[in-house]
Design a protein around this ligand. Sequence first.
Ligand SMILES: NC(=O)c1ccc[n+]([C@@H]2O[C@H](COP(=O)([O-])OP(=O)(O)OC[C@H]3O[C@@H](n4cnc5c(N)ncnc54)[C@H](OP(=O)(O)O)[C@@H]3O)[C@@H](O)[C@H]2O)c1
Length: 340
Amino acid sequence: MKVAINGFGTIGKRVADAISKQPDMEVIGVSKTRPNYEALIAIKKKYKLYVPRDKIRAFEDHGIEVSGAIEELISRADIVIDATPAGVGARNKDLYIKLGKPAIFQGGERSEVADISFNAMSNYEKALGKRYVRVVSCNTTGLLRIISVLEETFGVRSVFATIIRRGADPKEIKKGPINAITLDPPHIPSHHAIDVQRVLPHIPILTVALAVPTTLMHVHVVRIELSKEATVKDIIEVIEKAPRILLIEAEKHSIKSTAELIEWARDLGRSRYDIPELVIWRDTISITNGRKLTLVQGIHQESIVIPENVDAIRAILKIVTKARDSMRITDENLGLKRWW
Ligand SMILES: NC(=O)c1ccc[n+]([C@@H]2O[C@H](COP(=O)([O-])OP(=O)(O)OC[C@H]3O[C@@H](n4cnc5c(N)ncnc54)[C@H](OP(=O)(O)O)[C@@H]3O)[C@@H](O)[C@H]2O)c1
């Protein structure tokens, strides 16, 4: 299947690399609007670069080879991944409709942009054959993974999560805070709870979010009330078997922070130190009153949604009809859960 990546930034460049590793899809081109270092990287990685028609000359003046206008890229594709900045995707939708192309949008877009908000573990089958799918944000993806896995075995009665958000991505120089803990947003629930319910409407959930001066990862403190009683051992057994969730031992491995986690990924030689898995600190898993589970989890915001974008392609185009099958292909080819 021919995939166009519209927007080659933090998410778009990772999705492009992930698709290039899959056996059943190929990247036919990527787009940029500014002739900066990311455009040079696209060329170096042998992606065909497409830009707005009125900017072709500017790119060529910078010595950057352009394969054509963005409309030409979209018209050649079977499907589009829109990874442009929040709000731009919705404006691009008219073009996708005009050229008759299905598209995948990102979590920064309003949910109305798509027919369905998507997480592979939670509602893959509901996205089969849909025209427009929105992969939910990084934080929502992390919450949905743990909720879906626990729901299958124990049932989930309610969820409360405190989300400690990174202030900016590593490349962002104009975002913050740089010396504050900010209510982000300054109300409860934060949009994450609403977004979880767009995918799993029956889950009662409340979230509160704070932003802190770090770029590496988000951290969540999650409290889940289960429908059935469970022990810590039961929870660990289920999480160990689940795809896309890693259990990390804070004490034993001395990984008690996002900094050490990222260093681990760097030492392992993971591309861009990405951690597309949800990370749960095993030591934090605790049960009170038989049903109240508490745990702490880490989200690598730049990469956690990448496998979901790959699965969304298979769901829309009905290449694979079962979530587990698509996730297995994606994860094997990305080398997920291979840490030792
Ligand atoms: N970053 C994260 O942690 C994260 C996590 C999950 C979801 N998301 C969501 O993913 C989406 C993309 O975010 P991002 O962080 O990847 O943004 P980003 O790093 O700013 O990348 C956006 C890309 O889109 C390009 N672009 C801008 N306007 C365009 C247009 N009109 N047509 C084609 N390309 C255009 C930009 O290129 P130029 O620079 O050349 O304009 C850039 O390559 C957002 O909805 C965001 O909320 C982000």
